[in-house]
Design a protein around this ligand. Structure first.
Ligand SMILES: Cc1cc2nc3c(=O)[nH]c(=O)nc-3n(C[C@H](O)[C@H](O)[C@H](O)COP(=O)(O)O)c2cc1C
Length: 435
């Protein structure tokens, strides 16, 4: 590929690994070691970062019950990303470590303090995935009856981010002097209250943590709606996105870059990574057989619909699988809903579920070499910046899948000069901006 190499991230959550597959024995990764091993594999493969997704509820969106969510363990149980991020950071030296922390859940002071602490533990490799949460059941765990509407959530999040940035800046880089002559640890003139008083939040400051290696963590965001994209373009170092086909990806990235320019930012400072789940095998035919086995599993439709229900708060169990969906809106992930529903296509719900497996990127099924070629050609069409790899939506992760990606696909990409073969930077923000 002419031009810049592509960036790679990995999207995962602190949920059970695959436990009922013939070649997997996961299921209880709660001491974090499985995911530390995963991070070490990603670091050997020179990924930019591992991204730990998070939500804050047991979803009852599908069938008005937690049954499907719990039976398939797709989104729950889900443990806290922050301690896992610390474990991963301590075990790695170059990989970026991104944790999802919701503005709904954390008082801004606590979030800034946690991020600063994690960025220290990670030696400047920590990133915050900024989310506002998208489920009423999550809001109900924080004293609300329902989520604030999207516009208000983003208005609050804009203020929230401004506030935590002021907290991050409340310690000058040279505030810690450790001057033996005067017996001074930190110079009080270089640590200042912020006296922030906005429409939604009021915080005195300063933060009580030392300024972190990156000053502030790298910011990751995934806004899909027009408001969400503008928010992401204003704040993010990396944007993670779901889009359909090359045209959808290009349109999304161009839009974000336009927004970035309107905020006075250099659009090249933002790396947009698109979610994919390659299905790999030793031959293209075998990979197609694997894909077919996945989609014809008896629980495939329920798993797929329960997952989509979780992030949209829409009960897909109430719709006929063999009819088109009625037009729907959500206060949750509208972008994900729009991509899933392909409005106006006339496709039945069953077809939509099957399409969702590849989202218009059929070439993601094949040998490492054929998928690597395809990834290169997709990026040529889109213009950049890279991919966020994850397990197929309806499956749980296992070591075999991680190995296929890290020791099959990534070397194939490296042979083509499409991705880095070594790290040259030490902080996550620098790694994201390396090319
Ligand atoms: C790849 C990807 C990862 C996401 N990860 C999370 C997450 O970990 N937690 C969360 O609450 N929302 C997550 N979201 C949802 C986004 O934060 C956002 O709400 C969603 O993309 C819809 O955009 P909108 O809020 O602008 O409508 C993710 C979205 C995408 C596309």
């Amino acid at each position: 590929m002419a031009g810049r190499p592509l960036h790679l991230g990995w999207f995962m959550n602190f949920t059970p690994g695959e436990w009922d597959h013939p070649l997997a024995a996961g299921g209880s990764p709660w001491d974090g070691k499985f995911y530390v091993d995963m991070a070490l594999a990603l670091e050997r493969a020179c990924f930019d970062y591992i991204m730990i997704e998070d939500t804050l509820m047991v979803s009852e969106a599908y069938g008005d019950s937690a049954e499907a969510a719990l039976r398939h363990a797709l989104q729950v149980p889900k443990h806290d990303p922050a301690p896992l991020a610390a474990l991963i950071a301590a075990a790695t030296t170059r990989l970026g470590v991104v944790a999802t922390l919701s503005t709904l859940a954390y008082p801004p002071f606590m979030l800034a303090r946690l991020c600063s602490t994690l960025d220290h533990i990670a030696g400047g490799r920590f990133g915050w995935n900024i989310v506002t949460s998208g489920e009423d059941t999550a809001a109900q765990n924080f004293g609300l009856d329902r989520l604030p509407p999207r516009e208000q959530r983003y208005a609050m999040a804009d203020e929230y981010v401004d506030l935590v940035c002021k907290l991050f800046d409340s310690w000058d880089p040279d505030a810690v002097v450790m001057d033996r002559a005067t017996g001074t640890y930190a110079d009080h003139r270089r640590v200042r209250p912020i006296h922030f008083e906005g429409q939604y939040f009021k915080v005195r400051g300063p933060l009580n943590t030392v300024r972190s290696p990156q000053g502030r963590p790298a910011f990751v965001q995934a806004g899909g709606s027009p408001r969400g994209r503008a928010f992401a373009a204003r704040h993010a170092d990396s944007i993670i996105a779901i889009a359909n086909g090359i045209d959808g990806m290009k349109q999304y990235r161009d839009d974000v870059r336009r927004h970035a320019v309107s905020f006075g930012r250099n659009p090249d400072d933002i790396k947009v990574l698109f979610l994919i789940y390659p299905i790999l095998a030793e031959t293209d035919d075998e990979a197609q057989v694997k894909r077919q086995r996945l989609v014809s599993s008896p629980s495939f439709i329920e798993r797929a619909l329960a997952s989509t229900a979780t992030v949209t708060d829409i009960d897909f169990a109430t719709f006929d699988l063999d009819q088109p969906l009625p037009r729907l809106t959500t206060n949750g992930e509208q972008g994900s809903l729009d991509k899933f529903a392909q409005w106006g296509s006339g496709k039945t719900l069953r077809q939509l579920v099957l399409d969702n497996i590849s989202r218009g990127l059929e070439g993601m099924v094949g040998t490492p070499d054929s998928v690597a070629d395809y990834m290169g050609s997709v990026m040529e069409g889109v213009g950049g910046d890279g991919f966020l790899i994850t397990k197929p939506q309806t499956t749980l992760v296992n070591r075999k899948y991680i190995t296929e990606i890290c020791e099959g696909l990534v070397p194939a990409l490296q042979r083509r000069g499409l991705v880095r073969t070594e790290y040259t930077k030490s902080t996550l923000r620098e790694t994201i901006r390396e090319f």
